[in-house]
Design a protein around this ligand. Structure first.
Ligand code: AMP
Ligand code: MG
Length: 335
């Protein structure tokens, strides 16, 4: 493939001619990057195995990391899901379309390639008129992992997709920056109590209000979500995570790394730290955690573009979506 087309599209009222064009690309086995409320996804027809293989190859995604299957109202869920537990249905009724992905038993129509040889499939309905129109137009579900190179921060703008995958995807539908900025929450409803395998856009508190107590996937359960084992969400620079409001520790790390001749980027949000410095590599994010989440991956990418060696990032309080933010920060810092 020589060219990647970026097509601007209205997030609220997508132009159906553009959707139809993208649908034709998917029908012929092509790859279409599409916006969702979480991050941009890399779409392919779930039934076209050559296209699904191309998704893994394009991202450099290990084949043991299963793909999320994206659906829309016109898609028959029972062709994908063999058995929907009652709690899964409650979550669907309460939160779809929205940032929660259910792990359920799959039907034989879902290839082992998609599920990485598991007998389950991860499925979600994204809250984006563009994504829903695309899936409804295709008339089939679409695989849709994040549209980044494997391991990099997920893309929250069309430009991020282009930066990672230019020349390797056919079309990028550009509906502007994504709202949530972090991936969906993945919850396994085949176990009791259901297990959160990946923290994300829908918080545990909201889930528990609907289905009661959940467990956090650890040990064996976590091993059933192979994607969470790989290094993830990481900028090129080394990331050092410093606890929220630990301002003396932050300043100390900054001094040490500069003494070593390192170019240091900073991401802060607490009132104590925002006035520490100013400048291009010193990024102040809002202390509102949902907005911090929205800009986090973009800020990682921007600091990488400045060529910093190290990123010092201040954590956030761990409630609500703060739990998912801290999960991503810890994984980025593991690198
Ligand atoms: P991504 O689409 O890149 O945001 O990643 C999808 C996430 O969902 C990864 O963490 C996968 O491991 C997880 N996932 C997908 N399918 C399954 C499944 N059948 N069982 C458990 N986890 C899954
Ligand atoms: Mg991903």
């Amino acid at each position: 493939m020589a060219d990647t087309k970026i097509l601007s599209i209205s997030p609220a009222n997508p132009d159906l001619r553009i959707i139809q064009y993208a649908v034709e690309v998917l029908r012929s086995g092509g790859l279409v990057a599409f916006p969702t409320e979480t991050v941009y996804g890399l779409g392919a027809d779930v039934l076209n195995l050559a296209a699904v293989r191309a998704v893994f190859a394009t991202k450099g995604r290990p084949s043991d990391n299963p793909l999320i299957v994206h659906v829309a109202p016109n898609i028959k869920l029972d062709e994908i899901v063999d058995e929907m537990p009652e709690k899964g249905q409650f979550l669907i009724d309460s939160f779809w379309p929205g940032p929660v992905t259910l792990v359920v038993k799959k039907t034989i129509l879902i290839s082992d390639l998609v599920s990485a040889n598991l007998d389950t499939v991860a499925v979600r309905m994204p809250k984006s008129n563009v994504a829903l129109a695309l899936i409804n137009g295709l008339g089939e579900a679409m695989v849709g992992p994040s549209a980044n190179l494997s391991g990099r921060p997920s893309p929250t703008t069309a430009q991020h997709v282009y930066d990672d995958l230019r020349g390797k995807v056919d079309v990028i539908l550009d509906a502007g920056p994504t709202e949530i900025g972090l991936e969906s929450t993945v919850i396994d409803v085949t176990v009791e109590p259901p297990a959160i395998l990946r923290k994300g856009g829908l918080h545990q508190e909201s889930i528990e209000r609907v289905i009661g107590a959940v467990q956090l996937g650890t040990g064996d359960l976590q091993r059933r979500s192979p994607g969470t084992q790989h290094r993830h969400y990481a900028p090129r620079a080394k990331v050092i995570l410093i606890p929220y409001e630990h301002d003396s520790g932050f300043a100390e790390q900054l001094r040490i790394h500069r003494q070593q001749g390192k170019l240091v980027g900073c991401i802060v949000n607490s009132p104590q730290l925002v006035k520490l410095e100013a400048g291009e590599s010193f990024r102040v994010l809002p202390s509102s955690i949902p907005i911090f989440a929205r800009y986090l991956f973009r800020t990682f990418r921007e600091l990488d573009a400045l060529g910093v060696d190290v990123i010092l990032v201040e954590g956030v309080p761990e409630d609500g979506i703060g739990a998912a933010v801290m999960d991503r920060l810890r994984r980025a810092a593991q690198g």
